[in-house]
Design a protein around this ligand. Sequence first.
Ligand SMILES: [Mg+2]
Length: 268
Amino acid sequence: MSLDPKIARVAATPRLLVALDFDGTLAPLVDEPMSARMTPEARAAVAALQAAPETTVAFVSGRSVADLRVISEFDPAAGIRLAGSHGAEFYPAESDTDAPDPDADADAPDADETDAAERLTALAAAAREAIAGREGVWLETKPYGFAVHTRLAAPADAEHAHAAVARLVAERAPGWRSRRGHDLTEYSARAAGKDDAVAHLRAVTGATAVVFAGDDVTDEDALRSLGHGDLGIRVGAGETAAAMRVDDIQELASVLMALAHERATGRE
Ligand SMILES: [Mg+2]
């Protein structure tokens, strides 16, 4: 199979950032979110890219950085970057506006942070009440918001739960951003999107081109933000701004492996 010209072009850039969504892109969607892991092929492709010259891999996810570390079996020595909560937190953290450091000492948080934390706790409790009794529906709290998961719920329960929480948030936190994904809706006090995550990663890595791949609606924020020399890849079906589409995780892994190979061997 000859190399796709789109891959060849992006592989020739001086400094490459490969930013990848995690769930549904590298790891199959699963009923128990914390059991998600990369497929062996995806893992091998990520390792090959990370080993390629002048190439940085980043995982860009709606998950918190803490959860992303677990499911990606993160090894700080590997040099992979993480963007969590759709770009509201990063690892390594780049500034004090990023996610609170879980190892930080007991410095008194400022009043705004305390207010925001109390507001989040109260709203999450109200949301839990709103979905109570709907079998298979559960609430995941996140650093800046929460997600309503309905993968295991009957369609009617899922719709009722999503509608109830949407009403609640519209009433009590109208400024929050909501995002609908595969079997979940997320609500966040932070407006950051994956486009912001990619812009940040592009800047800190000094990338001259970006490859971004994702499978869901929130990935389109990043895909739409890509420039002329970049390459967007959509995994699976759905409307997309990406220039390339692959059927599934398996096919993406082989595209990424071809990119890694070209990067390692094809450049002068
Ligand atoms: Mg995904």
